[in-house]
Design a protein around this ligand. Structure first.
Ligand SMILES: Cc1cc2nc3c(=O)[nH]c(=O)nc-3n(C[C@H](O)[C@H](O)[C@H](O)COP(=O)(O)OP(=O)(O)OC[C@H]3O[C@@H](n4cnc5c(N)ncnc54)[C@H](O)[C@@H]3O)c2cc1C
Length: 528
């Protein structure tokens, strides 16, 4: 049998695209060389955009026990003074979830794998390694080796390489990394801290921008705490992983009696982006395509953005609805986005990693001056840029490439998030209070293109309340949002309608029937 797609690697990114393709009804195999999930956490931060993708898959309830809000991170300068904070955007939350969260990676990965059982067309083959592959214009043949040493071949229309930083697929394709020039050695220490010792630790996440020893402290779910500690010249990374060295580094805060050492591992934090993301029928995603320092916890988030961006394209191409050029815009969009975000993370890293005491003092003065002498608060969400190129409306607009918000809406079933209430996919979202709300011609054009039409009301009159009682389940119903999130969004971008892509990014916006019709026509031709 030929699969529609084979995913190489069942880390968080491979598992997620396996589920997304399965949800789209495609025949998928995920091959993973390990039998067991890696039992130590690497990623610890996750943001609301990613939770929305996982929520669309119906897996979030399984994940909730392992997720908690990410408290603001205080940045302390060379003299221990507060120089700035990195926090999440405030309420009402734009996507309906806590915008920045922490999570425990192994059980979350386990829940994703378990969820694959919900999709009969998704096969997960553990203990199965890809050794090499060949591709032609018709498909890809993969050579697999099982744990027992037995080998076999399987074929697929497409292969998605989610095989991590040392991707064998990327290597076989001879794709090089663009090096964004960041290379710093850090020790990452995860602890389970005893209840009584928690009060010895800071109450918020902290970035100690101390030139003598830059250190990050993160509050994970439950009693999980993480220290990321910069290694100094001359320190042997392997030696520094040993418990006696780890406890020496932590002695300001904890003793071995206070916590169980979960793991200590040294890493070189890099900033690398693959030069190419697609070669014929093989595409790269996740760490196989990029690596970045973890200063705002974006590595896995980037990977899940990749696959949310890729899945609907692949679905259209496999069903013959679009040509393969659509896959090139995956590479174009995601490479540019990852590159821009990685440059921003790198800039944050340079601030944190400053080892020269004089330069560190100058840095602190500069950062405080930016806040007119007061520590400024910047939000994690503002650090993540919008999409700036690719499948976006040709008429430039500040809303294009941003994430469309997700309000809580009132439905017959009670309070629901918009995606659950009204559905996902390609959508024309219309300001229910605008004159566009009643345009039958626009509705017909949008429907012919396969778009779901969602009208969102920013306020509720008695008559409208009665209409609501009839239920939102109707596709063309008026969604009544609770907090005015979408109304404010339309106001901020001075528009009355938005075409929203299946990955929740805005294709384009319009103000009236004519500009909406033009935008829909453009979408139709761009999706060919
Ligand atoms: C210290 C640290 C902190 C981090 N913190 C964060 C954070 O807070 N937030 C965040 O979003 N990200 C963070 N990251 C990054 C995050 O951990 C990674 O980006 C993420 O795990 C990558 O997922 P992936 O699925 O692309 O790759 P991986 O998790 O590496 O998975 C790749 C999988 O492919 C399998 N594989 C490889 N080769 C083959 C083959 N030939 N055949 C079959 N299977 C194969 C491997 O066994 C593995 O299971 C952090 C990383 C580190 C190191």
């Amino acid at each position: 049998m030929t699969y529609d797609a084979i995913i190489v690697g069942c880390g968080p990114v491979g598992a997620t695209i396996g589920l997304l393709l399965g949800r789209a009804g495609l025949r998928v195999a995920v091959v993973e060389r390990q039998q067991e999930i890696y039992d130590k956490p690497r990623a610890i931060a996750i943001d609301h955009e990613i939770l929305r993708v996982l929520d669309n898959l119906g897996v979030v309830e399984r994940l909730r026990p392992y997720i908690a809000p990410f408290p603001a991170s205080q940045h302390f300068g060379a003299k221990g003074q507060l120089i700035r904070r990195i926090d999440m955007v405030g309420e009402p939350y734009p996507l309906g979830y806590t915008p920045s969260m922490v999570f425990t990676q192994p059980p979350v990965e386990a829940a994703l794998r378990q969820h694959a059982q919900a999709y009969p067309d998704v096969t997960v083959e553990l203990g199965t390694e890809l050794t090499r592959f060949t591709q032609s214009t018709d498909g890809v043949t993969l050579h697999l080796r099982g744990d027992s040493g037995a080998t076999r071949t399987v074929s697929a229309d497409y292969v998605i390489a989610c095989d991590g930083a040392s991707s064998a697929v990327r290597e076989q394709l001879g794709i090089a990394f663009e090096d964004l020039v960041f290379d710093e050695p850090w020790l990452v220490v995860d602890l389970q801290v005893a209840e009584a010792a928690l009060q010895k630790l800071p109450e918020t996440a902290v970035q100690f921008c101390d030139p003598a020893r830059p250190t990050t402290f993160i509050i994970g779910p439950g009693r999980h705490r993480r220290f990321e500690i910069m290694l100094l010249p001359g320190e042997d990374p392997r030696r520094m992983e040993e418990p006696d060295q780890v406890w020496r580094l932590l002695e300001k805060w904890l003793t071995p009696a206070d916590a169980t050492l979960w793991r200590a591992a040294s890493y070189r934090f890099h900033a690398l982006v693959a030069e190419q993301w697609r070669r014929g029928r093989v595409l790269l995603a996740g760490d196989a395509a990029h690596q970045q320092p973890p200063f705002i916890g974006q590595g896995m988030c980037q990977g899940i953005r990749d696959v949310a961006n890729l899945v609907w394209r692949l679905d259209r191409v496999l069903r013959g609805q679009s040509g393969t050029a659509l896959l090139d815009s995956y590479a174009e969009e995601r490479r540019a986005h990852v590159r821009e975000l990685t440059m921003r993370i790198k800039a944050i890293g340079h601030v944190i990693c400053e080892r020269d005491p004089v330069a560190a003092e100058a840095r602190d003065a500069r950062i405080l001056a930016e806040g007119h002498g007061e520590p400024r608060t910047i939000t994690r969400q503002d650090i993540v840029p919008p999409l700036q190129r690719g499948l976006l409306a040709a008429t430039a607009h500040a809303a294009n490439g941003t994430l469309f918000p997700q309000p809580w809406v009132r439905t017959k079933a009670g309070r629901q998030l918009l995606d659950a209430a009204c559905g996902t996919g390609w959508r024309l979202v219309v300001d229910g209070g605008s004159h566009l709300a009643a345009s039958a011609a626009i509705d017909d054009q949008a429907r012919a293109l396969g778009l779901r039409i969602i009208r969102i009301g920013a306020a509720e009159s008695a008559a409208e309340g009665a209409a609501r009682e009839e239920g939102l389940a109707r596709e063309e119903g008026l969604a009544r949002e609770e907090d005015g999130v979408v109304a404010r969004w339309f106001g901020r971008y001075e528009c009355a309608a938005a075409i929203v892509r299946p990955d929740h990014y805005v294709f384009g916006v319009s103000t009236d029937a004519q500009s909406t019709a033009v935008m829909l026509s453009e979408l139709s031709s761009r999706l060919q």
